[in-house]
Design a protein around this ligand. Structure first.
Ligand SMILES: Nc1ncnc2c1ncn2[C@@H]1O[C@H](COP(=O)(O)OP(=O)(O)OP(=O)(O)O)[C@@H](O)[C@H]1O
Ligand SMILES: [Mg+2]
Length: 280
């Protein structure tokens, strides 16, 4: 093993590409994330799990600088992005690809124009080069030849893949996906999973994915974290999560509907003075 020297530019494979410490985020008076701490090692996929409204999208939006933290630190590639200017943030954003929940393609542009957009906005590349990169990215997601289609002419899965192609256009080092396969049929969703796996394995990208789909989560994750009402309740490798005995983890992974469990507990406890027997 090599000796690890702390260095912002080190390309050590064990280095955390994202390091979040005690992060708090609020919308107005309402705090949504109550101090979350975790790391994403370089070249790994972190899956963020949690119920609806738990703060997953907020966390992702904060990681890419769309929301500013009210407290805590976010280190991305050795820079604390909660302390830098918009200009400096723009430089880091170019290293990040985003595919957001409901992250629509622009309907007024062709698929190719959508994929080329970040290149037009953020680079001075010539049009002919942009065309080549755009075609390459569409090819990478299995959409070669669809550049002149309008987004409305694509299926749901194809739209998602086109959005991934757009996220890849700037050759990002870190990719963020919010619900990449939500609303897709299982076969198409599996295609998106395979695409994410390919990006991670073939290009050593560091990837953060928010998903509700447990099968998908266990397929693509190296590490997972479970967030509940703005707090991390568990994190670890997918094996550690799978074997966890923490009730909140079991409840989520075994998919016991939360309000029913709590409501039923309260009601039965009130009647009998003891917790209900859930064994079958
Ligand atoms: N722009 C906003 N302004 C005010 N409150 C917001 C905003 N975005 C989200 N929230 C609130 O923050 C909380 C967390 O929302 P968030 O979108 O992060 O949840 P989520 O875990 O992604 O849920 P889902 O699984 O349904 O996508 C919710 O209570 C939501 O109402
Ligand atoms: Mg969300």
């Amino acid at each position: 093993m090599e000796t690890k020297i702390p260095d912002a530019n080190a390309e050590d494979s064990n280095e955390a590409v994202i390091s979040v410490r005690d992060l708090r985020v609020r919308y107005g008076e309402r705090e949504i994330l109550h101090g979350v701490t975790f790391e994403v090692p370089r070249g790994q996929t972190l899956v963020i799990l949690g119920g609806s409204g738990s703060g997953k999208s907020t966390l992702l939006r904060t990681l890419v600088g769309l929301e500013r933290p009210s407290a805590g630190e976010i280190w991305i590639k050795g820079q604390n992005i909660s302390r830098i200017t918009e200009g400096e943030l723009d430089v880091i954003r170019k290293k990040m690809g985003l595919s957001f929940q409901g992250g629509a393609l622009f309907g007024s542009m062709t698929v190719g124009e959508n994929v080329a957009l970040p290149l037009r906005e953020h680079t001075k590349l010539e049009d002919s080069t942009i065309q080549i990169v755009m075609r390459l990215k569409l090819e990478q997601v299995g959409l070669a030849g669809f550049e002149n289609y309008n987004p409305s002419q694509l299926s749901g899965g194809m739209k998602k893949r086109a959005a991934v192609a757009r996220a890849l256009s700037m050759d990002p080092e870190i990719l963020f996906f919010d619900e990449p396969s939500a609303g897709l049929d299982p076969i198409i969703a599996a295609g998106i999973d395979n695409l994410i796996l390919k990006l991670q394995k073939a290009f050593r990208m560091s990837i953060v994915v928010v998903t509700h789909e447990l099968a998908s989560a266990f397929l693509i994750a190296d590490r997972m974290l479970l967030i509940d009402k703005g707090n991390i309740v568990a994190q670890g490798t997918k094996e550690e999560m799978q074997n966890s005995k923490l009730p909140r983890v079991r409840q989520f992974l075994d998919r016991i509907a939360e309000p029913e469990v709590e409501g039923e507990m309260d009601y039965l406890q009130m009647l009998t003075g003891e917790a209900p027997d859930r064994s079958l």
